[in-house]
Structures are given as C-alpha cells and as structure tokens.
Design a protein around this ligand. Structure first.
Ligand code: NAD
Ligand code: MG
Length: 395
C-alpha cells in the first residue's frame, strides 16, 4: 500500500486524483490533503478520506475547518495553516507519493520539499518546473526522488519512451517529440474579434474541463509554450526537437519519433484520470474510471501547424526558452499576473501577450542557477507586470 499527499486536492486535478484513488482503496491511503481557501470542498474530502492532515493556506479558514471537523464523529484530521505547512505535509516521512497539483508558482516550494524528501512526485504543476528548471531536476536527482508527469502530453510521451526510461534522461534514439495541442476555443475565431473575448469564453475549453488559469493558458496557447519548456526539461531535448502539432480532437496526447522512423503515440479520451491512474499505478496499470476510446465515434484525426499570429504567446515562449537563464521564470511570472488580471476583468484578452512581452523585455537577466535567483526573478517580474498593467492597461 502506498501513502499519498495531494497538494491542491480541491482543484480539478486534485478531485480527479481522489476519484481514481477511491477506486483502489487497497492500494492507496490518503495521508494529507490541501487547499488554498476552499474549505467546503476540503471538508467533504476529509470526511470521505479521513487524512491525518489537511492544510489550508488561509489561516482563518483553517480554524473554521478544524472546528467543523472536530464536530464530526470519527474524524481524526489535524488541520494545519499557512504556506509552510504545505512543505511540511509534502515531506512527511509516512508519505511516499506526492501529487503536485497546486496551480502556479505557489506550488514550487512544496514540490521542492517533496523532492528533498525523496518522494515519488506526480507532477501536474508545470509552472513549478518551468520557473525552477534544472533546480527542481537537480533536487530530484540529489535526493533519489522520482518524477512521473501528469500533464497529459508529457504523460503520453513518457508512456511512449522505453520501459526503463526515467524522466530527465536523454534517449538518443529519439529524433523528435511531437507535442499535440487542441488549439483551444479560439482556433478558428476571426482575429478581429479577439479584443472582445470574455473570461467566460476563454475558460470554456472544447475538450477538457480544467481550472480557470490553465484554461486561459490553453486559449492563448501559452499552455503549450509552458509545456514545450516542460518537455525540454523532462525529456532532456532541445527546443528545436520538440514540434507543436495542433490536433483538435485531443485523442492523441503526444508522440515520440524515433531514429528508425517509428512514431509512437498514446491515445485516449480527454480525461485526466487516465494519466493520473497511469502515474499512480506505475509501473503497473489499473482502472481509471475513464470511458474506453471509441474510434468509430472519433472518426477522424486532424493535424495542423500552430499559427503564431493567432497565438503570439507561443513566440514569447520560444524566445524565453532560447534566451535561457531566468527568462522561463520571467515568462511564467508575467503570464500568471496577466491571466489573473484578465480573469479579474482588469485587462483585455489581447493584453495578456502585451504584459508578457513587456516583462520579457524589461526583466533583469540572471542565470537562474540558484533558488534565490529564481524567487527574486519571480518577485521582480510580478512587480513589473503589476506596474505595467496599472499604468497602461487597467480600466
Ligand atoms: P485548479 O485551479 O482547479 O486547482 C488548483 C488547486 O491549487 C486548488 O486545490 C487550490 O486550492 C490550490 N491553490 C491555488 N492557489 C494556491 C496557493 N496560492 N497556495 C496553495 N494552494 C493553492 O487547477 P487545476 O486545473 O487542477 O491545475 C492544477 C495544476 O495542474 C496546474 O499547474 C495545471 O497547469 C496542471 N494541469 C492541469 C490539468 C487539468 O486538466 N486541470 C491538466 C494538465 C496540467
Ligand atoms: Mg497538457
């Protein structure tokens, strides 16, 4: 039996993780859960799973949750408060597996704590990897921690790699990675309507049901830019060897092109329980609860190149990865700020790329070879984005 800590258990990935775990009570025990502030969902999860610990980042809400749980007969969950408690539960000696499903930079420190604790990390939180790059990979290697990708594309690539492959290695027989993308809700929308896109339209993804931030990233395709950086790091590839392919059906979740001309793909319905179950059971397999794929219903698989005029965020991601150093950290921080401002209706959809572009051009450069430099870049770029938004864009 494995013991798991789910960071971000109240989010889309967190809920899907608990759904899969519930199907295999003999294989998994939930040791710890966490939420930013959604104590209603966390309370329900604590009643079902009775974890030893539940973390709420918001101190006041943590107190409310503890009081509610104390009144529930049989509950033995201890509630901890604050961001530091996330690091504590990720490193608990009784935990062997950590699902990293917090959204954004907030997930970095607990993911690093899991790496230092030598855990098996199921990584959904791509922002933590993009912003910290080789630092997270080095902590994994130094402490004998393992990483299994949850992002559907990277999980697919991992599945197409040789059986003894471990994330972070370079497989020299791989010629190219084909990173698929749905193209999001605005793949065919007339460009002159982009200024008027609302948060509701941007979060309505045609194939996937996800959190708000990643849904906006999918609409702008910044998500694919972040995933390109994620793929370069996880599979030790050059940016030129990762090709983005728009595949609107979201049935092929990515492909690996080998030197002999064989191209391996992983297919499945767009349901995150599939990669989650793969990583939970790895190296075995077990049921995920997802519907079996019906190819006669899918009927056709289409492919097209990504249009950089329609998706200018992609160009910025290429620029960041080619510049190296702290530019991926800057890209991520600027994008998080821009997307939050768009969701708050402070800026327009088409301003997102303006904010990121401004930040990449004005951020102080450094080598990003220490955690301090990464955190400093993150802080500085958030300030830079805020100032630019307030002075130039916010209505
Ligand atoms: P979500 O918004 O649905 O959930 C986010 C979770 O993080 C919640 O539990 C929330 O309480 C917690 N959280 C938010 N801010 C926090 C903070 N400051 N401190 C601590 N906890 C905080 O997001 P999601 O869609 O589940 O995505 C989670 C991660 O997984 C993201 O990095 C995303 O890119 C990645 N991912 C998601 C999907 C998907 O289908 N949803 C697919 C691939 C990758
Ligand atoms: Mg993905």
């Amino acid at each position: 039996m494995r013991s798991i800590c789910v960071l971000g258990s109240t989010g889309s990935i967190g809920v899907s993780t608990l759904d899969v775990v519930s199907r295999h009570p003999q294989d998994y025990r939930i040791v710890a859960l966490s939420a930013n502030s959604n104590v209603d969902t966390l309370y329900d999860q604590c009643i079902v799973h009775n974890p030893d610990y539940a973390v709420v980042v918001d101190h006041k809400k943590a107190g409310i949750l503890q009081e509610r749980l104390n009144r529930y007969p049989g509950s033995s969950t201890k509630v901890l408060a604050g961001a530091e408690a996330l690091e504590e539960i990720a490193a608990l000696p009784e935990v062997d597996t950590v699902m990293a499903a917090i959204v954004g930079a907030a997930g970095l420190m607990p993911t690093l704590a899991a790496a230092r604790g030598g855990k098996r990390i199921l990584l959904a939180n791509k922002e933590a990897l993009v912003m910290s790059g080789r630092i997270l990979l080095k902590e994994l290697a130094d402490h004998g921690a393992e990483l299994l990708p949850i992002d559907s594309e990277h999980n697919a690539i991992f599945q197409c790699m040789p059986a003894d492959y471990r994330a972070g290695e370079r497989d020299r027989k791989v010629r190219k990675i084909l990173l698929t993308a749905s193209g999001g809700p605005f793949r065919t929308k007339p460009l002159d309507e982009f200024d008027w896109i609302t948060p509701e339209q941007a979060v309505a993804h045609p194939n996937w049901d996800m959190g708000r931030k990643i849904s906006v990233d999918s609409a702008t395709m910044m998500n694919k830019g972040l995933e390109l950086i994620e793929a370069c790091l996880l599979f030790n590839m050059d940016r030129k060897d990762v090709q983005i392919v728009i595949h609107p059906q979201s049935v092929i979740h990515s492909m690996v092109d080998y030197v002999d001309g064989s191209v391996l793909a992983q297919l499945g319905n767009p349901d995150m329980r599939i990669p989650i179950a793969h990583a939970l059971a790895w190296p075995r397999r077990f049921e995920s609860g997802a519907e079996p794929l019906d190819l006669f219903r899918v009927q056709r698989l289409d492919f097209e190149p990504a249009d950089e005029q329609r998706f200018p965020c992609l160009k910025l991601a290429y620029q960041a990865v080619e510049s190296g150093g702290n530019m991926p950290t800057a890209l991520n921080a600027a994008n998080e700020m821009a997307v939050a401002s768009f969701l708050d209706r402070r800026i327009r959809y088409t301003d997102i790329v303006r904010v990121v572009d401004h930040c990449l051009n004005h951020a102080a450069r450094n080598a990003a070879d220490s955690l301090e430099l990464v955190l400093e870049t993150d802080r500085q770029v958030r300030n830079l984005a805020n100032t630019y938004i307030s002075a130039n864009l916010a209505n």
